[in-house]
Design a protein around this ligand. Structure first.
Ligand code: C2O
Ligand code: CU
Length: 483
């Protein structure tokens, strides 16, 4: 391993930092390390930000920056985050993908009361297993207003044979005050995209998802950023010929799936949702909301290249970041072309790196069928026809192996996410011990996908589509431990 790996971590997480707005004590933002406990202070507050181009606007932030500060710890350390709420409404933090104890999971109503303005809440949990994760607010549309950040758990014994490492958050933004929320309200007020019925009724819930006061239209994003910067106002990733480069790709976007390609290079996928797989090569990498991929590439083709997303008609092709070889002049970066014949590795091409010992008896104790539908002429998105919070509870018992069989009866893809557990992706062409572990899985239109998980983390666990606008429109339910 060469030396320059660390120094890049600093610059890779760019931040559009804020001036002004509600003053929180600056000392609040410092982080500390004491004996195996890594303590971070997060103040959630509105702040004026700029993505490098476009207007300044008010986002909701952790410590005044977007994305929020990187939490980077070693496996086995204790993460303690002291959250103070300077927002005008309640908030929480969810540690997406980390199987934390239920009370630390940060889902309003389901696992805790929202942390109200002026209040403080302490999250504390063990950092395990190693991998790439993220954190975000789990209240209303706060994720789309900017409340998210990277969470990296390094292995207890440093492994990884690479020279440089970057953490890249792929972000969809509406560059106006209030973010995606303001945009959905504007569109709704203008009667765009469906007219009546687009406002969801006010449910009885408080301080959480249940209150459902938002309109349901998805915003039209006008900024696709990496680590809070839009192209070309973004610092290129710098590499040297011969480097092995690791990228941790995290998708905290609220409603955008990206197909990524790095011009001039092949990507090798090493981890999905933080868990190691047998390295596999691909040209195009598809990453849904809530998913994380660790990929590597060998810098063997000097030039100035772009890592970019394919355009699907929503402007996401604007998401691009230059990868520039040292010593190459600053000529225009070359974009990838998304042509036929590119390799496009899918979930069913992946195999777990190590055969899983804990694969249980091989029998499934109960199976829940989950039919995903809605949209079109309905303001709701549903699972088995139900709208959260008036949805089913998936009852499980500790120690059981639970199957979930998804069927997507709608015309949109749904990245389904289960809290508190990793699940295995059923793959009939592989022996069970090679099935991969994930916590978020895209179910495509008209597709069926089966997963299994060992119910080993008691509590009430949220289970939902990670399209924020689908989740808020009802596509969610709760896995609950019974006896
Ligand atoms: Cu990334 Cu329920 O969340
Ligand atoms: Cu969805």
């Amino acid at each position: 391993m060469k030396v320059n790996r660390r120094q890049f971590l600093k610059t890779a997480v760019g931040a559009a930092v804020a001036a002004g707005l509600p003053a929180f004590p600056l000392s609040y933002a410092r982080s500390q390390v004491k004996q195996g406990v890594r303590e971070f202070r997060f103040s959630a507050s509105p702040a004026r930000v700029n993505l490098g181009a476009g207007p300044d606007f008010i986002a909701w932030t952790y410590n005044g920056q977007v994305p929020g500060p990187e939490i980077r710890v070693r496996e086995g350390e204790i993460i303690r985050v002291i959250l103070k709420n300077f927002l005008p409404e309640g908030t929480t933090i969810h540690w997406h993908g980390v199987p934390v104890p239920n009370g630390m999971d940060g889902v309003p109503v389901v696992t805790q009361k929202a942390v109200m303005p002026g209040e403080t809440f302490v999250y504390e949990f063990e950092a395990k297993p190693a991998g790439s994760y993220m954190y975000h607010s789990h209240v209303h549309y706060q994720l789309d207003q900017g409340l998210y950040g990277p969470l990296i758990i390094e292995p207890a014994r440093p492994g990884g044979n690479y020279d440089r490492e970057y953490t890249l958050l792929l972000e969809d933004w509406v560059m106006r005050d209030g973010g995606g929320v303001a945009e959905t309200e504007r569109r709704s007020a203008m009667g765009m995209g469906g007219g009546m019925g687009m406002m969801r009724g006010r449910g009885g819930g408080r301080g959480g998802l249940a209150s459902g006061t938002g309109p349901l239209l998805e915003p039209v994003y006008d900024g696709y950023a990496v680590n809070g910067r839009v192209y070309p106002e973004i610092t290129p990733l710098e590499v040297s010929k011969g480097d092995k480069v690791k990228m941790r790709l995290l998708n905290p976007s609220s409603a955008t799936i990206y197909d990524l390609c790095l011009a001039g290079h092949t990507l090798t996928i090493t981890h999905v949702d933080g868990r190691p797989i047998k390295p596999i090569q691909t040209d195009v990498l598809r990453i849904g909301m809530g998913e994380r991929y660790d990929v590597e590439f060998l810098a063997d083709n000097p030039g100035n290249w772009l890592l970019a997303a394919a355009e699907q008609g929503f402007g996401e092709g604007q998401l691009r970041i230059p990868v520039r070889y040292k010593g190459i002049s600053k000529k225009e970066a070359e974009a990838p072309t998304f042509h036929r014949g590119l390799r496009f590795a899918t979930y069913w091409d992946f195999q777990a790196l190590n055969p899983s010992a804990s694969s249980g008896s091989g029998s499934v104790d109960r199976v829940y069928t989950q039919t995903l539908s809605g949209g079109m002429n309905s303001p709701y998105w549903t699972i088995n026809g139900y709208v959260y919070p008036d949805s089913e509870r998936l009852v499980v018992r500790k120690g059981e192996t639970i199957g979930i069989s998804y069927g997507n009866q709608s015309m949109m893809s749904h990245p389904m996410h289960l809290h508190g557990h990793f699940f295995r992706v059923v793959n009939s062409s592989l022996p069970r011990e090679r099935w991969i572990f994930k916590d978020t899985i895209i179910v495509d239109p008209m597709q069926r996908v089966d997963i299994e998980f060992l119910a080993d983390n008691p509590g009430n666990w949220f289970h939902h589509c990670h399209n924020l606008y689908h989740m808020e429109a009802g596509m969610a339910n709760v896995v609950t431990f019974g006896s």
